[in-house]
Design a protein around this ligand. Structure first.
Ligand code: MG
Length: 394
């Protein structure tokens, strides 16, 4: 609530944007909930704002899933519903701040940048004593060139360019006007400072901080852990899995999460996807967490005809719950027929989707056994898998 005691300084509030649901970057959950050190990425910014003496409170823009993962909110904080686009999320936050005066200072921050320090907040607030809007920027260290169709062109003067970070600071009244103007014209912008500039209001810059590195890809977690001194000792764990199912006539054939047209299908209690079973066991093996039969007993009728991607997703969730990640999976399908080769791209894509890891960490191979043994006689199909995980040392 607004401070009722008159003060020579305008109150300061924070808007923390944590509405993204991006699983696409290779995380097993929304990236703002990835564990960095001993707390979720989002909690870093929340703690930094809450600990700063000038900040009265804030608005966390996040959905219920994200809220459920936090231990409550700091004093003076409330929540707002995320929008589809960033601009809409900020609009929702502004609506929830209708009690606050135009003189209030507001810092709009992206939760995917956990390295927020008091010094950065201080620089922004100092600039807002005279400016309407301020953004933290960093120089561009690399040489920049134009490129066209893979050919390097002229150098771009990088002295005239800067990288923009968050938090971005505004007088609340200025930000309100900018969003109202954008809503009226339908003008989109990648950040709030651009909306303010579109009204002709100058945006000041202050030095940013390398620790405000943005979490976009899974690899950024390693960079952030180093920048924020949270290098965890991670150990490598490798697990293997092996499975066989019998081929029977007139059944759908599911292998590697993909349905393949064939005269025969695999017999089993679930959909009998032999490849997903081997891979599930490989991941459980790396976790030293039993096998697929322990978690999904064939005696339990609820798994009759179950789609095996559920088993695999379960194993991936167990990895995330330990604070670990899947580095790589390698699958070999052993079958005389059908031909697996044409289906490999679809299988890799499907496994990448189920495991929420990039495609280049998913390998699918196939072999025959030269007509030898049960696979050679087309009585069944076998699969073996190896999963490589990184798990935190305890
Ligand atoms: Mg099986």
């Amino acid at each position: 609530m607004p401070d009722s005691v008159p003060s020579p300084f305008p109150p300061v509030i924070a808007v923390l944007l944590a509405g993204g649901t991006g699983h696409r970057a290779g995380f097993g959950r929304p990236k703002q909930l990835e564990l960095l050190g001993d707390k979720p990425v989002l909690q870093w910014s929340l703690d930094a704002f809450a600990a700063h003496p000038a900040i009265s409170g804030g608005v966390l823009v996040a959905n219920a899933d994200v809220m459920a993962a936090l231990d409550g909110l700091p004093n003076g904080w409330k929540t707002a519903e995320p929008g589809i686009e960033r601009q809409q999320s900020v609009d929702h936050a502004l609506q929830s701040l209708s009690d606050w005066s135009d003189e209030t200072l507001v810092l709009v921050h992206d939760a995917a940048r956990p390295g927020l320090t008091a010094a950065t907040i201080d620089r922004l607030l100092a600039a807002l004593s005279s400016a309407e809007a301020v953004i933290p920027t960093l120089p561009v260290p690399d040489t920049l060139v134009r490129q066209d169709a893979g050919e390097a062109g002229d150098t771009v003067d990088r002295g005239a360019l800067a990288r923009v970070q968050t938090p971005q600071g505004f007088r609340l009244g200025t930000l309100r006007r900018a969003h109202a103007a954008a809503a009226a014209t339908g003008a989109p912008a990648t950040d709030d400072a651009q909306l303010v500039r579109q009204m002709g209001v100058p945006v000041q810059t202050v030095p940013g901080d390398a620790r405000l590195h943005k979490l976009t890809y899974a690899e950024d977690m390693t960079i952030l852990a180093g920048l924020l001194g949270q290098d965890r000792m991670m150990r490598t764990a490798v697990g293997m899995g092996y499975d066989v199912h019998r081929l029977v006539p007139d059944k759908p054939l599911w292998i590697g999460g993909v349905e393949i047209q064939h005269s025969h299908g695999l017999e089993g209690h679930s959909d009998a996807d032999v490849a997903l079973h081997a891979l599930t066991d490989a991941i459980l093996g790396a976790l030293a967490d039993g096998d697929i039969g322990d978690h999904f007993p064939p005696s339990d009728p609820q798994w009759r005809g179950a789609a095996s991607h559920r088993f695999l997703a379960f194993a991936a969730d167990r990895v995330a719950a330990r604070g670990g990640r899947i580095e790589h999976v390698d699958l070999t399908i052993i079958a005389e027929a059908p031909k697996i080769g044409p289906h490999r791209p679809a299988m890799r894509a499907r496994l990448s989707e189920i495991l929420a890891i990039p495609l280049d960490r998913v390998s699918v191979k196939a072999t025959t056994t030269e007509r030898l043994g049960f696979t050679g006689r087309r009585e069944g199909i076998a699969a073996q898998a190896v999963a490589t995980l990184k798990l935190p040392e305890n």
